[in-house]
Design a protein. Sequence first.
Length: 239
Amino acid sequence: MEHRVLGVVGASGGLGASTLAVALAVRAAASVGATVCVDGAFERGGLDVTACLEHVAGLRWSDLVDLRGEADGADLLRSLPSAGGLRVLAARGLLPPDEVVESCLRALSSICGLTVVDLGGSLRWVGHCSDVLLVSGVSARHLADASALAVGLSRHRASARLVLRAGRRESVTAEEVAVHLDLPLAATVRDDVQAVTDADRARVPGSRTSGSVAIAADRLLSELGVRGTGAGEPERLTA
């Protein structure tokens, strides 16, 4: 089985990068077996909130700060908060040392068909990723932030693609943004009112087949070769 590690980095806050990260893990679970979504952004609220698992028991990064040596991937995966096929290692409380993060990423990626790392706005863990998705908007601020990250990704020699977050009508095209950032365009995620409603109702991102987030996640997984299209509706997830 191929083991892929997919990093998702948001050029700016509020673009839905964390939502996309969770949706990718959810949509892939039906066809690649074990998947996990890992919080690589410790300065914000935990990824378990985005995944609607904040009240579910299981290990968070703060429980692993005293880990010594190499983590056991199977034991760690079983100990994470989960619902349906989704498992999440989220930030909460104390920050783990770098060596603990690296050990856990190695352990989880060794047994999971897909490990999705929510990088936040940092490239700190990009060296552990086989592929990276840069999520950008189209405003001047978004493009300036995305340009800085694109330069960093190039320095890391990361295999990176652009995911554009856009409204229904924009002054620039997705292709123009891709050329500006010198990145291949992987998908465009349009504004989706249903995604906001789903979050309010504690419905996990990617757990429905309709909507721009799920459609974009399916397209990205297909383009990355994680799985083919047509896998159908994943198992209904409830927290």
